[in-house]
Every structure is written in structure tokens, then in C-alpha cells.
Design a protein around this ligand. Structure first.
Ligand code: ZN
Length: 149
């Protein structure tokens, strides 16, 4: 029998390095893909696959963390809109992608970010998100320093 392998239950170091905040039930992590500046994922700390099976306590913390994260990204990165996405196609372990959208070009750490699809569904491209790890660390610091949980 195949061992039960879940990348979110046992995150590799490259994921753990992107951790922003560990809550009691959820962990906020910078999205590996920064096509949209300051994109994050909020991952449930236990293995579960369907959003509508979470407990009331998990639901309360999810809403609290997501609201706080949204406010920080909106203030610090001047985003105009948020896409909240829970798909489960690639990683079944329950997580919510928080994708900030921008109606204008944004610059961070001397890098330019363009929201090519403003007004349409987002698409995560492989080529636009190749930003240095050092820049990701700076984004994490900005978010971490402003999160008042
Ligand atoms: Zn899992």
C-alpha cells in the first residue's frame, strides 16, 4: 500500500520558509507563486479536504485570520480586490488561496508586478513569479510586522 503522502501535512522546507503566522487551527503562508504580489495561502493545520466540514472554532479563526490578512495586504500593498480560492485540484488538503488583485502596476523591492488579467479570473503563470527568495522574505516581513492578531 502507498504511504499517505500529503504535501500540506508534511510541508517541505521551501514551504515552511514561507510561513508568516501559525494560528491554533490555520497557518498563513506566502504563496510560492507571486504572480500577484503578496499572494498568500491559509492552510488548515489538520488534514481535511472539504471546506464545509470545518468546526465552528476553525471557521471563526479562518474568518479572523483572513480578514486581518486582507486588511494588511490592502494597506501595505495597495491592492484593489481579493480573490479567495479553494479548489483542491492539486493539493487536496484544505487551504484558501488569498490572491490580491491590482488595477495598477505595483513595485516592490525594485521589481515590477503587473496584473495582466485585471477584471478577469486570475491565472498563475510560471514565468512571472520568478522572484528571488530574498524578495519573498521581505514580503513576509512586511505582512508579519503588520498583522495584529
Ligand atoms: Zn494533509
Amino acid at each position: 500500500m502507498m504511504p499517505n503522502v500529503c504535501v500540506a501535512c508534511k510541508p517541505p522546507k521551501e514551504f515552511q520558509d514561507l510561513d508568516i503566522l501559525a494560528g491554533q487551527y490555520w497557518t498563513i503562508r506566502l504563496h510560492v507563486n507571486q504572480t500577484y504580489l503578496a499572494s498568500c495561502v491559509i492552510v488548515l493545520n489538520r488534514h481535511l479536504e472539504d471546506m464545509f466540514n470545518i468546526s465552528p472554532e476553525e471557521r471563526e479563526e479562518l474568518f479572523h485570520l483572513t480578514r486581518s490578512l486582507r486588511d494588511v495586504i490592502r494597506t501595505q500593498f495597495k491592492s484593489n480586490l481579493f480573490n479567495y480560492v479553494s479548489l483542491g485540484n492539486v493539493i487536496k488538503h484544505l487551504h484558501l488561496q488569498v490572491i490580491p488583485r491590482y488595477d495598477h502596476d505595483v513595485e516592490f523591492d525594485n521589481l515590477k508586478f503587473y496584473d495582466h488579467n485585471w477584471g478577469k479570473n486570475f491565472t498563475l503563470t510560471d514565468t512571472d513569479n520568478l522572484i528571488p527568495q530574498a524578495t519573498k522574505v521581505k514580503i513576509i516581513k512586511v505582512i508579519k510586522d503588520s498583522l495584529l492578531i
